[in-house]
Design a protein around this ligand. Structure first.
Ligand code: NAP
Length: 294
């Protein structure tokens, strides 16, 4: 069998169009002009690229983005002072601090300093706790994107067996909470999991979020299962060039899976679209308006 390709680019474009519509409506009906602050410390090229895309997509959706750049030598006190200013600025509805941060800065202190109502990354302990309790919260963008893509194949995830490979705070753990919230039966696997191929073979949905290129192989996948590949890995390609691959051995897994997200063009574009959607949610909550379905 040849897997159906789950088109993350198209799904992301659809979500961004909905966001843009909401942004226009909020401006026209409520006079609300949405603002997103993007904080970048240092000059990591991958972070620069992500920040550039976020800025461009924000502008296209009608969200004003405010760039705050600090040198790689900036201290924690300086960064915390900037976050305090952004927390208190009513024209800013979302604050995003691009990770990773330089080693002299404790990311947990920084994440905890962001006002939870402006935490569009959904990383603040208050939002993580609310998600775990099944309460409304700002939800991390990549796991949110994974759920939306899985639902293009399975409109209901109830009762499905889901295996997530990877237990990070930004992908694996919040995704597990979201899948539990959708009544899936969830296993979170990691580097110490015994017989990982057999664990994955049980799954109706396999999500790979490990940062290990091509880790998930053909014989790990139950025929017809849905495979969501979160990995973004830069590997050496032909002619000294680099290419981006996922955590799934794409060509061989395509032969057995029922549906699969490509890399690039799968989960990646959804992450930014979900960030914009979270900015709309944060702005509506802070203005005391109903949060739209996006
Ligand atoms: P991370 O914090 O490094 O976590 C990786 C997880 O994978 C860990 O839980 C680790 O297990 C597990 N793991 C590593 N090697 C494994 C193996 N051989 N077998 C089983 N489990 C293994 O990574 P992350 O931040 O979650 O990111 C994961 C990948 O997703 C990366 O490629 C990253 O670039 C990508 N990503 C993409 C997006 C997007 O927008 N598409 C967003 C975020 C991340 P232990 O806990 O036991 O060490």
């Amino acid at each position: 069998m040849t897997a159906i390709l789950i088109d993350g680019k198209a799904a992301a474009a659809e979500l961004r169009a909905k966001v843009a519509g909401e942004v226009r409506r909020l401006a026209a009906v409520h006079g609300l002009r949405l603002g997103l602050a993007v904080v970048l410390v240092g000059d990591n090229p991958a972070s620069e690229a992500y920040v550039g895309s976020k800025k461009k997509m924000s502008a296209q959706a009608g969200i004003q983005s405010f760039d705050h750049r600090l040198p790689g030598t900036a201290g924690q006190v300086e960064l915390l002072a900037l976050i305090a200013r952004l927390n208190g600025d009513p024209s800013i509805h979302g604050i995003l601090v691009q990770l990773p941060l330089p080693p002299q800065i404790d990311p947990y202190k920084v994440i905890a300093a962001v006002d939870p109502t402006k935490d569009v990354d959904g990383f603040h302990p208050v939002n993580a706790g609310r998600l775990a309790l099944g309460l409304p919260s700002l939800v991390p963008c990549t796991p949110l994107g994974c759920i939306m893509l899985a639902k293009t194949v399975h409109p209901s995830l109830a009762g499905l067996e889901a295996v997530i490979v990877g237990r990070s705070n930004i992908v694996g753990k919040p995704l597990a909470q979201l899948l539990i919230g959708q009544s899936a039966t969830v296993t979170v696997a990691h580097s110490k999991t015994r017989d990982l191929p057999a664990v994955c073979r049980r799954a109706d949905i396999v999500v790979a979020a490990t940062g290990r290129p091509g880790l998930v192989r053909r014989d790990w996948i139950k025929p017809g299962a849905t495979v969501i590949d979160v990995g973004i890995n830069r590997v050496a390609g032909e002619g000294g060039r680099h290419r981006i691959v996922g955590d799934v051995a794409f060509a061989e897994v395509c032969e057995v899976a029922g549906a699969i997200t490509p890399v690039p063009g799968g989960v990646g574009p959804m992450t930014i679209a979900c960030l914009l959607a979270n900015t709309v949610r944060a702005a509506c909550t802070s203005a005391g308006l109903p949060v739209p379905e996006l």
